[in-house]
Every structure is written in C-alpha cells, then in structure tokens.
Design a protein around this ligand. Structure first.
Ligand code: HEC
Ligand code: HEC
Length: 501
C-alpha cells in the first residue's frame, strides 16, 4: 500500500510543479507580449524539395491500410525473409509445452502474446483510455535509484526492470502432476496499473482555450509483495515501426554532430546522444531506439521485447525475465534443449530483418496550400531544431536497399530535456529523468487507420497533435510559445503539415 501512496505523491508533485510552470508561462505572456519569432534572426525556410514527397527515398511505399509493408526496393527473393519475419511478429505465442514448438514458451511473465498486439498493424500503442481498462499496448519500466550494470540503474528487486501484468497459469493433467516432474504452481501476473487523468486548461494567444490531460498512475494487486518505496516508474506506449531500418542506417557521426550538449550556440536547445550497453558487442555505443534512445540496435530492441514483453528467451537474452522470488524455475520452458533458448535464432533474425525492412509510406498532399503554409510555420516555430527534417543514410546498412537514401524522418534521434511536465524522473543510461528522444514524425498522420484511435507522446497522454505540442516544455518551450501565438488557421495548417509527413 505504501508503494501506491508514494507513487501517487510523486506524480501529483510533478503535476503541481508543471501547473505552476504553465501558469507562469501564461502570466509572462500576458505581461510582455513576447514573440519568439521576432526575438531571433528570421529562420531560414528551405524551398520545398520534391524529394520530400518520398520520405524513405527509393524505399518509400504506397499508402495502404496496414503499415507492415516491405521497402519498395526490396527484391521479390528477399521479400521471403520479410514475410517469415512478419509471421513471427504477428502470430501469438503459446505456453509450453505445445505441439507448435516453434512458437511456444510464452511467459512465465509477459505483457502480450505477440508483437503486433502492441504495435497494431505496425502502429503505436494506446494507454488505457479510462480507469479500470487493462494496460495493453503500454508498459512500465522499473528501477531503483542505485547504479546497476553497464551504466543502467538497478532493477526493482522483486519485480525486475519491467512490470508484466500477465503470468501463465500452469494446469497439468493428473498424470503429469503425479509424475512430479514439474511443480504445480501458478505464476501470477505482477500487478495492475490504473491511470486517471487530471485536466489542465489554458488559452492560446488568440483567446481560444485548450485542455490537457495529466496522467496519474496507481499500481494495485501487487502479487509479489510491496515494491521498494523509491521505485522509479517510466510509462511507455508502443512506438510506431515504419522506417526503423532507415533510422538505423543514419551514420553515427551525423547524429552525434547534431548534438550541442552544452548549448554552445545558445538557442536553448542542447540535444544529447544517449550512450547505452550493446549486449552483442559488450560495449557502450550510441542509443537510437526506444523513447529514451535506450536501445542501440533493432536486433537488441526486438530481442529485449521477445524476452521482456512476451517471455521468449533468445540468443541475446537467454534468461527468463523473472526475479529470484518469483520462482519461475517451476514454470515449463519452451527452450530447445540444444540452444537453450525459446526462439530459434533464424526466426529472431527474420524478425530483425522484417522490422528493418518496414517501408515508410509516401506523402499524401504535400503541395496542398494549407500543408505548405504549415510547412513554413513548422520552420518558423523552431520545430526543426529537434525534429531534423532530413538525413542521408550511409553505405554500410545491414540491408543494401537502405543505403544512400535521402530520408525525411523529422527527428535528430537525440535526447532533449522536455521539462517537468513530461518527466518520468527515471534516468535511462545517459538520459536523465526529464529527457526524451525526439520521435520521428513521418507517417504520424497515418496512425489513426492502424488502431482506430491514436494518442501521442511517450505515455500517450496527448489526444491530438496540438496537445502534444502544448506539452513541450524545457528545451521545447520556445517552440510551444511560438505555437501558442499562432492563429487558429495557422495552428490547423501546422497540424495539417505534421499529419501529411
Ligand atoms: C507490451 C507491448 C509491447 C509488445 C508486446 C512489443 N512491444 Fe515493441 N515497444 C513497446 C514499447 C513500450 C516500446 C518503447 C520501449 C522503450 O521506450 O523502451 C517499444 C519499442 C519498440 C521498438 C523501437 C521503436 C523505436 O522507434 O525506437 C521496436 C523495434 C520494437 N518495439 C519491436 C518489437 C518487437 C519485434 C516485438 C515482438 C517481439 C515487440 N516490439 C513487442 C511495446 C511493445
Ligand atoms: C527541444 C526539442 C523539440 C522541439 C523544438 C520540438 N519538439 Fe516535438 N518533440 C520533442 C520530443 C523530445 C518529443 C517526445 C516527448 C515525449 O514523448 O514525452 C516530441 C514530441 C512531439 C510530437 C509527438 C510525437 C509522437 O510520436 O507522439 C509531435 C507531434 C511534435 N513533437 C511536434 C512538434 C512541433 C510541431 C514542434 C514545433 C512547434 C516541435 N515538436 C518542437 C522534441 C522537440
């Protein structure tokens, strides 16, 4: 119970701090009608480049109902690997023992049964839209504020580094139970998380009002005892998957070059790379994936998802995601006796290939007058300072199809302090508790068709693009202020541009 209280307090105090920040912002605006647009040199707006039509260069796909389509330039022969990977991404895993030995080993603890259960059609996840609804395509990372291995914090001693709401219930037939080969035990899901939202409201410069929802999390039904009181929680919704291979193919030096850790150019935006542990190379490397750029490669992110989200052990993570007091050794394993892991390596490799080969769809109406106006406003409002419009991929990508492409992802893949309002207060390798990786904006306007509903930001609190922008604090505050100064038509145009990316 104490844990629950504590968690609640943390969130509430964060909220209050933020509310003051919001009020201060409004007051400041009313006292001196300060315009960020006029206080700096006029931003350079590059002329529209026809290459913007194809955000993934030659890999760009047509717009389809799902976002799980191969790079346009992937040859038919190589598409076979893509479709094998896709089937392992889509189909649900089952509990061992099972006759489908290639897909068994689910759990003992898990969040969902398949990748696509969270990344629906390759799209993003949703937080529970009301209290009492289960966490489906969202998860919580956990740590305690003590140094752990390789620059990460220590996992919570009873629950590990991720909360899994589900566990397998072991039901054996009488014969098996009597043979005594395995203990009869239920592995219980770890806990339930409830989310409630507190509204906060304010006004744009033109007087029209907005309302934001600030989330508050409550953990109940802890199956393995009280969590440490100082546990740090990071709520995260599943991220969209398109174009990830292209992001992996951006040369490291081009990402690191964009960083300005000490804000030498004094634009209020510092951008820092995350440096994270690479399990295969056994060294610290640049992080690119995850909401805090906390994973170095698509392979490691996917292998971590197999183990953490589905409970499927693999070559990179051969141990079940269980803490000692959870007694998972009693649960059946789907591991192949020869390799000792549950997913055969050729299938993990196929999933890795599949995710890297997910194509980005083409722009819909970039020449539309409103979208063009929105494009100008995007540059004028300072959004490209973090949402870097374009990169050119290198020439040594894992898939040659990804090489030398001019791409338009609208991210710098760097960490930014986004202020107290968005903070989770849980550091992740070099990322502080206030920093998040700039998310790519490509295909963001296509997300609604994948799940029917769409939410934005790391915890899915924002119901619209405008709300997502209004939550920008810290290094993003100047851009937010610029957005608040726009007229209703201009705001609509800016949103129309973002949705067309
Ligand atoms: C329980 C929901 C859930 C399931 C199941 C799930 N994911 Fe994810 N996925 C997430 C979340 C949440 C993140 C963000 C993780 C973070 O910030 O650390 C993510 C991030 C990713 C990313 C990085 C995207 C980016 O932009 O950086 C990849 C790749 C990915 N998942 C692949 C997979 C694969 C492959 C599977 C199946 C083996 C899978 N996921 C299963 C929730 C899920
Ligand atoms: C200081 C860097 C920075 C600037 C400037 C900035 N952003 Fe962001 N943006 C971020 C980061 C970091 C996030 C992720 C925050 C989170 O998830 O909590 C984000 C999130 C978003 C999202 C939600 C994306 C998603 O996947 O849910 C949108 C939309 C967005 N920004 C648009 C804009 C627009 C439009 C502007 C200009 C008005 C802008 N941003 C300026 C860094 C920035």
């Amino acid at each position: 119970m104490k844990v629950i209280q504590k968690l609640k307090c943390q969130r509430v105090s964060v909220f209050q701090k933020n509310r003051h920040a919001l009020l201060d912002g409004v007051k400041l605006f009313m006292l001196i009608s300060w315009s960020p647009l006029s206080s700096q040199a006029a931003p350079v707006i590059p002329p529209f480049n026809p290459a913007e039509l194809q955000p993934g260069g030659a890999t760009t796909t047509a717009v389809k109902s799902s976002l799980l389509n191969p790079l346009a330039n992937l040859s038919l022969v190589r598409q076979e690997q893509f479709y094998i990977g896709r089937s392992f991404y889509r189909s649900p895993w089952v509990q061992a023992p099972s006759i489908t030995t290639d897909r068994d080993g689910l759990g003992p603890l898990f969040n969902m049964r398949s990748c696509v259960a969270c990344h629906a059609n390759g799209g993003r996840g949703l937080p529970p839209l009301s209290d009492g609804v289960a966490m489906n395509s969202m998860l919580f990372r956990l740590s305690i504020p003590e140094p752990g291995e390789h620059g990460a914090l220590k996992p919570e001693p009873l629950y590990g580094d991720q909360l899994q709401a589900l566990g397998i219930s072991l039901t054996y037939n009488k014969g098996m139970a009597e043979s005594g080969s395995r203990a009869q035990q239920r592995i219980l899901g770890e806990a339930q998380v409830h989310v409630t939202y507190t509204p906060q409201s304010g006004h744009y410069a033109d007087g029209s009002s907005w309302e934001l929802l600030s989330p508050d999390y409550r953990i109940t039904a802890l199956s393995y005892g009280a969590m440490r009181e100082d546990v740090l929680l990071s709520p995260r919704v599943a991220q969209q998957q398109v174009g990830l291979g292209l992001l992996a193919a951006i040369p490291e030096r081009d990402i690191v070059q964009g960083a300005d850790s000490e804000d030498v150019n004094q634009d209020g935006i510092s951008g820092r790379p995350n440096w994270v542990w690479d399990v295969q190379q056994q060294k610290i490397v640049l992080g690119r994936f995850g909401h805090k750029a906390n994973q170095p490669t698509i392979l490691q992110q996917s292998a971590a998802a197999f183990r953490g989200d589905l409970g499927i052990t693999n070559r990179l993570f051969p141990e079940e995601n269980c803490m000692p007091d959870q007694h998972c050794e009693a649960a059946p394993s789907g591991a192949d006796p020869k390799t000792g892991v549950e997913i055969p390596d050729k299938f993990l490799t196929a999933v890795d290939f599949f995710v890297k080969a997910l194509g980005v769809p083409t722009r819909r109406k970039p020449q539309d007058a409103q979208v063009q106006q929105g494009r100008n406003l995007f540059y004028q409002s300072g959004c490209p300072a973090c949402h870097t419009p374009s990169f050119t991929t290198g020439d040594d990508a894992d898939l040659p199809e990804l090489n030398q492409q001019t791409i338009w992802p609208y991210t710098d893949l760097l960490l930014h302090d986004m202020g107290a309002g968005l903070a989770d207060q849980r550091p992740d390798f070099a990322a502080t508790g206030q920093e998040w990786r700039t998310p790519p904006l490509w295909a963001i306007g296509l997300m609604k068709r994948t799940t029917g509903a769409v939410r934005y930001l790391h915890d899915g609190r924002a119901r619209s693009i405008a709300e997502a922008i209004l939550w920008h604090g810290g290094e993003g505050k100047t851009a937010r202020t610029a957005f608040m100064q726009l007229s209703a038509d201009e705001r609509e145009a800016l949103v129309a541009f973002v949705k067309d990316l």
